[in-house]
Write a protein that binds this ligand. Structure first.
Ligand code: SF4
Length: 335
């Protein structure tokens, strides 16, 4: 049996100090961390419990957005009135993930930091995984790679990011607030995650002992008309083969703003500005939506088992755009 220290932090500063001193890990919902500890994938010398630090508020900001404490559970956030009314894509993404029991435990901060479900990473019986054991190789390259990435990969790792929530946050231009031994900073979500390159063990920009304290959503012109569509092997309790988060604003018969991001196809939520550019300035017609969906998957680099994700991804983007457009009133359609 492996032993580890366990501490209840009494404040954010106390938590940061404890993790910096021990080299341990923050414990919130524990839905991913504890699994990985049971499997022997992670062996932190200490767990620092951050569940009593008052990080569980959802509140409007003066700017008209929403600030979400990192300790808010996925269930509480998905069902919060502000989120359901202003950012439906976020509520849909959260409710598409895991199970009710897991969503009741999992937190916003933990969701952002959840690890890939690549089986070679999750099971220590496999020798080759650069993410788990740096420089050991990547068993997925010549092994099971049906669920792996199309974009942002390297010869060192082809794993996907499993978060649904992060895909929605990406089209919402979320800002991640973090605090660490060196102070506080705010990171745009598009700069939070990192591609594997030759250091796949690094997955985000967090420095040692930095703690996510909140996520902030700015007001968004298209968020009220947004949609999250997740395609997977079974209807619940499965990670995305492909997902699409989209938002669309139509005025005077023209798309005036839009956002498109893919999930399940890259080591991070994969926003596609080129697909957005195809939409903006055009009438909301099916040929335009299909052109944007085609562009969203352009440049994909499939492995030997996951080429099916390319047409699946196009369908996901197209269908999500159609559903988002359905929420736009008929008056906006008229030129
Ligand atoms: Fe490990 Fe990444 Fe290769 Fe999976 S894809 S075996 S996580 S290095």
């Amino acid at each position: 049996m492996r032993t580890f220290d366990f501490r209840h932090a009494v404040s954010v500063d106390d938590a940061i100090r404890s993790v910096a001193e021990t080299g341990g890990a923050y414990l919130a919902g524990g839905t991913n961390l504890v699994d990985l500890m049971k499997n022997g994938v992670l062996q932190p010398p200490a767990l620092v419990d951050i569940r009593r630090l008052g990080l569980s508020e959802v509140a409007s900001t003066e700017a008209g957005g929403v600030r979400i404490g990192a300790g808010v559970t996925n269930s509480a956030l998905a069902n919060h009135q502000l989120v359901r009314s202003q950012y439906p894509v976020l509520s849909q993404a959260l409710l598409s993930g895991a199970t009710t029991q897991l969503r009741n435990m999992a937190t916003v901060g933990g969701n952002l930091l959840q690890r890939t479900r690549c089986p070679y990473f999750m099971q220590t019986e496999f020798d080759r995984c650069n993410k788990r054991v740096p420089n050991s190789g990547c068993a997925a390259l010549d092994g099971f790679n049906r669920e792996h990435a199309l974009f942002g990969t390297s010869s060192h790792c082809v794993a996907t990011n499993p978060s649904d929530m992060a895909v929605a946050l990406t089209i919402l231009d979320a800002v991640v607030h973090v605090q660490g031994p060196g102070g506080s900073r705010s990171v745009p979500i598009t700069e939070f995650f990192t591609v594997p390159g030759d250091t796949p063990q690094r997955e985000n920009c967090l420095q040692p002992a930095e703690l996510i304290t909140a996520v902030e959503l700015p007001p968004s012109p298209y968020a009220a008309h947004s949609w999250y569509l997740k395609l997977r092997d079974r209807h619940s309790y499965a990670f995305a083969l492909v997902s699409a988060a989209v938002g669309i604003e139509v005025s005077g018969g023209v798309i005036v703003s839009a956002a498109v991001a893919l999930g399940g196809v890259a080591p991070m939520p994969w926003r596609v500005p080129a697909a957005e550019a195809i939409l903006i300035g055009q009438p909301p017609e099916d040929t335009v939506l299909r052109a944007a969906a085609e562009r969203a998957l352009a440049g994909a680099r499939p492995l030997n088992q996951n080429g099916f994700k390319i047409p699946l991804g196009r369908s996901a983007v197209h269908r999500a755009l159609v559903r988002a457009l359905d929420t736009v009133g008929p008056a906006a359609h008229q030129g």
